[in-house]
Design a protein around this ligand. Structure first.
Ligand SMILES: O=C[C@H](O)COP(=O)(O)O
Length: 251
């Protein structure tokens, strides 16, 4: 089974509206007819202007988070209905920074995934272990429990729309990339877990990305691994040239 690679840029809290326009005016003319799926996830305030620029291109738009409710008294939150109207295609759910700084739990991650799917938004679901967990030797059990809890009450048809991203927390923004073999080991275990929970046909269809200090210099090696289907990129997605280099790793 060959899964189309997906390169997603998570800008986090970077790039103003002006910088977003500048980025897209530089990146989009080059990013035509590439053989990978590309997603850009700017901050909420730049989604409208990005959507206008992306119209008619192959590059998809993603948000970095959402609430699970459609509307209501949730000051500072953004709903799936709002994202869909922009229109966003994808939404990142359960990024480790959301889990660490904004008290997201496996339970809220599961609620958000279900809500995103109901609203026809494609979830990019992040899982990952801390350095302490890796050193304690509990990486696999931790990640498998994050995957199991994320997928609670999700059908196999729904699962096919979900993208997973394995991001070891110790590799995010630190310049320390997991070795390709280490990333492959965890990602193939995630695929096996999905096969156990559903079936191997479904597990073979699900795209699982790696994230954590991915750069033009290391993406090829990561992408050579059998189960790594793409990258969720932070820092190196902020500049059009490096993001373009990542999106053309296979040329
Ligand atoms: O969502 C992206 C990841 O957190 C990776 O960030 P990074 O590429 O800056 O390490």
């Amino acid at each position: 089974m060959s899964r189309k690679p997906l390169i997603a840029g998570n800008w986090k809290m970077n790039n103003t509206k002006t910088e977003t326009i500048k980025f897209l005016e530089s990146f989009l003319p080059k990013a035509k007819g590439l053989s990978v799926d590309i997603v850009i996830c700017p901050p909420f305030t730049n989604l409208f202007v990005a959507a206008e620029k992306l119209e008619g291109t192959d590059v998809k738009l993603g948000a970095q988070n959402m609430h699970w409710e459609d509307k209501g008294a949730f000051t500072g939150e953004v709903s799936p209905v709002m994202l869909k109207e922009i229109p966003c295609d994808y939404v990142i759910i359960g990024h480790s920074e959301r889990r660490q700084y904004f008290a997201e739990t496996d339970e809220t991650v599961n609620k958000k995934i279900k809500s995103a799917l109901q609203h026809d938004l494609l979830p990019i679901v992040c899982v990952g272990e801390s350095l302490a967990q890796r050193e304690e030797g509990i990486t696999m059990s931790w990640i498998m429990s994050q995957v199991e809890n994320a997928l609670k009450d999700i059908s196999s048809q729904e699962l096919e729309k979900i993208v997973f991203a394995y991001e070891p927390i110790w590799a995010i923004g630190t310049g320390k990339t997991a070795s390709a073999a280490d990333a492959q080991e965890v990602i193939s275990a995630i695929r096996k877990k999905i096969a156990q929970m559903y079936c191997s046909d479904t597990a073979e269809k699900v795209r699982i990305l790696y994230g954590g200090s991915v750069k033009p210099e290391n993406i090829k090696e990561l992408m050579q691994e059998a189960d790594i289907d793409g990258a969720l990129v932070g820092g190196a997605s902020l500049k059009p040239d490096s993001f373009y280099a990542l999106c053309t790793f296979n040329l």
